[in-house]
Design a protein around this ligand. Structure first.
Ligand code: FAD
Length: 463
């Protein structure tokens, strides 16, 4: 077994670990930093997947702009100049038996600035619309500590809006049941509005009027999102990089951390665990059992992505669109479908139409027992209910992600706070499980952790 020494050891080479290494090196060029990744590739959930000559995405296909740490990372690595924007095509919701455009003026499915587009979209029946208007007259909702986003939507606007709009948006983005998703932590502005006001429509309208910040939109790269993680890895030339070695345990000896992999023992003054929380729980199990037990309370959902390439003439969407989300009311296997060819320049082709479909929620794991052929066949048949399809896909790829998306259930942040308060000095956690699932939230958290470490070292240096 080889023995290594480092000032800071970062475990996990997904966007969180890569960003933490990048920022830390940027803050303190004098530190010896080691990054350990358990597999042979970097990027974690970010994985651009070729489908023949086409560029597809197995994980995320986009990231939101407008987050300061994300902007810094893009600027410093030179990636900023290479971002591409999606085509300005609308997204739809499959509900009430067909596709309806997602109306403007919604915040995570909640009506805010405008109600006209919601009324005209055809998403809600007349009686559902009437029920939505009750929000103006209903007494304030009693909230005890926190409330699920879906539960709040249903209380204020009724089941119609919850099931036709809020559920598909949350299911499609976070693969989570809206009833279990914490409003307090995931939508703090909405939570505050619900706590302080009677009508949510009026409160949200006022807050959007006062908040003139323009949404910055989203982005990707011509070669897909792995281009970004590959570029960050290239920028880490002064960081010691170990790949294909899974960290199996962590101990403390004389104020130093000792990490074990199958082949190495790595001693470090500080350690950053940038792996899924269940992996951190495993690493910490023997020597930090209480933290490990708490971390095990964070649960994950498994999902699958299915890439389907049709001959262009065989896939005839009824309109230009970036794709659609599916209301669970429809009882479909698919939770969402992105029409990559109508969303990204890189997926434009003279010959093919590239589609990707999502399946999997905590309440629907039917896909896990299906073969790739069964899954592809089922999704093709569901797609043909809303798109005129005249031939089977000519290429298909199924990517199964087990325990992929952490669930920010009511009470999630109590777990996170407690875990963070128990961490020994020098041990840090970052990643999708703690302060936000999306790529920019991961980069922001990694930035904050890198800053904390460099400040702590600065403090020690000056004592
Ligand atoms: C299907 C899907 C679609 C998504 N779509 C979007 C989207 O469009 N936009 C968006 O912003 N976000 C999206 N997300 C969320 C986002 O991609 C992830 O939350 C984010 O990439 C997680 O990054 P991470 O570095 O925290 O974790 P991961 O990407 O999971 O990386 C963790 C790394 O740690 C390594 N590792 C684990 N255990 C060990 C160990 N013991 N030793 C060493 N290494 C280990 C793993 O191999 C992995 O490389 C999506 C996620 C999924 C699954």
């Amino acid at each position: 077994m080889r023995k290594l020494y480092s000032d800071v050891v970062i475990i996990g080479g997904g966007i969180s670990g890569l960003s933490a290494a990048y920022f830390l090196h940027d803050f303190r060029k004098d530190l010896k930093i080691t990054l350990v990744e358990g597999t042979d590739r970097f990027g974690g959930k970010i994985r651009t997947e070729p489908l023949g000559e086409l560029v597809g995405e197995a994980g995320p296909d986009t990231f939101a702009l407008g987050y300061p740490a994300m902007s810094t990372l893009l600027e410093k690595t030179g990636l900023e100049k290479e971002i591409i924007r999606p085509f300005p095509n609308k997204a739809y919701i499959w509900t009430r038996g067909g596709l309806h455009p997602i109306p403007e003026g919604l915040v995570m499915g909640f009506p805010s600035t405008k109600v006209g587009p919601l009324i005209n979209s055809g998403i809600l029946s007349f009686s559902d619309l009437i029920r939505c208007s009750f929000d103006i007259i209903l007494p304030k909702t009693k909230i005890d500590g926190d409330i699920g986003i879906g539960e709040l939507a249903e209380k204020r606007f009724g089941r119609g809006l919850k099931e036709s709009i809020v559920d598909p948006l949350i299911g499609g983005i976070m693969a989570c049941s809206s009833d279990r998703l914490s409003t307090k932590e995931v939508m703090p502005a909405l939570f505050k509005a619900a706590q302080e006001n009677r009508s949510l429509i009026l409160a949200m309208r006022n807050s959007t009027k006062n908040n003139k910040t323009k949404r910055a939109g989203s982005a990707s790269f011509m070669k897909g999102l792995s281009y970004m993680t590959d570029k960050i890895v290239k920028e880490l030339e002064d960081v010691e990089i170990i790949k294909g070695e899974k960290v199996t345990g962590l101990a403390m000896n004389d104020g130093q951390f000792i990490l074990e992999t199958e082949k190495s023992e790595i001693e470090g003054k500080s350690v950053v665990l940038a792996v899924p929380s269940f992996s951190s729980a495993k690493i910490l199990e023997s020597n930090f059992p209480e933290i490990s037990a708490k971390l095990s309370g964070i649960t994950y959902t498994s999902v699958a992505i299915v890439l389907l390439a049709y001959r262009k003439e065989d896939f005839n969407p009824p309109f230009s669109s970036s794709g659609f989300l599916v209301s669970p009311r429809e009882g479909k296997l698919m939770t969402a479908s992105t029409w990559l060819t109508m969303k990204w320049e890189y997926a434009k082709s003279d010959d093919y139409f590239l589609v990707r479909c999502f399946v999997g929620t905590p309440d629907d794991v039917r896909w896990e027992d299906m073969t790739d052929e069964e899954l592809t066949g089922k999704l093709n048949s569901e797609l043909s209910e809303v798109v005129h399809i005249t031939g089977n896909p000519v290429k298909a790829k199924v990517i199964r992600w087990f325990n992929a998306l952490p669930q920010y259930k009511v009470g999630h942040f109590d777990i996170v706070k407690e875990v963070e308060s128990r961490l020994p000095v020098g041990l840090y956690l970052t990643g999708a499980a703690y302060h936000g699932v999306g790529i920019p939230a991961c980069v922001t958290d990694a930035f904050n952790v890198a800053k904390k470490i460099s400040e702590k070292i600065q403090e020690k240096d000056s004592n």
